[in-house]
Design a protein around this ligand. Sequence first.
Ligand SMILES: NC(=O)c1ccc[n+]([C@@H]2O[C@H](COP(=O)([O-])OP(=O)(O)OC[C@H]3O[C@@H](n4cnc5c(N)ncnc54)[C@H](OP(=O)(O)O)[C@@H]3O)[C@@H](O)[C@H]2O)c1
Length: 251
Amino acid sequence: MGKNVIITGASSGIGEALARAFAAKGYNLGLAARRTDKLEVLARALEDAHGVKVVVTALDVQQDETVPDAINALAQGLGPVDIVVANAGITGVRRSGSGDLSVDKAVFQTNIIGAVATLDAATRIFKAQGFGHLVGISSVSAFFPIPGSAAYSSSKAALTNYMNAMRLELAKKKIAVTVIHPGFIKTDIAPGMDKYPFVIEADAAAKQMLAAIEAKKTNVIVPAMPWKPVKGLISLVPDSLMTMLVTRFMK
Ligand SMILES: NC(=O)c1ccc[n+]([C@@H]2O[C@H](COP(=O)([O-])OP(=O)(O)OC[C@H]3O[C@@H](n4cnc5c(N)ncnc54)[C@H](OP(=O)(O)O)[C@@H]3O)[C@@H](O)[C@H]2O)c1
């Protein structure tokens, strides 16, 4: 019998690519997002192509109180759950001092509260089963804050830190925790993603992520090159030099 994985935000981009990658390896899937029409089409295609079981549910992680019911419904459809991937996320551009917090609120509510609600619901299931593996899709912006996207960068830094604390807390419960930090991946998350440096296709990113998940890695950067060495180098750059460089190149 194949293993069972639940993925939020599976209607496009990285989540959809992860669903394809897991299905190709024989995993049964529980898929969640707001656009259930897209999930249904994907589900039938993956069932036909790989003979796996795919269940779907509508989920809006901004409505955090609804998250446990959606995750539980997928778990009931699948049986014991091996892996839950908290992938659903959004970006938002806002200049500091603009006086309107709506973008930042939506980003924090989705990327942090929505992700935490997903991870918490999964942890309840994993504790009852006695095993499980939590996966969160953070970002390299957790390490390199992006001007104009302060909420996004800090939401991802918070998710990374939150999950690294969860790993320490849950180690004795046999619950693994993997935090994945993508660089630039070609998806619909923001316009013109293909113009970003070192961008890779979602399917290529998903294959690397799946390998890291199966190896139960703890903190992963995808793609590793050039972002892993860049992370090390940036940690050595003094704040004054970083501010000078970013100010020079920022529009
Ligand atoms: N692409 C990149 O370069 C990149 C880099 C670093 C990190 N990431 C992270 O990767 C994750 C996936 O992003 P992506 O690039 O694949 O973007 P995407 O193609 O826009 O996919 C985002 C997914 O999240 C879902 N989603 C958004 N808001 C939701 C909500 N309130 N409730 C439930 N689902 C919601 C969307 O589904 P519905 O709209 O159907 O609900 C969609 O399936 C995000 O967490 C993002 O921050 C992406």
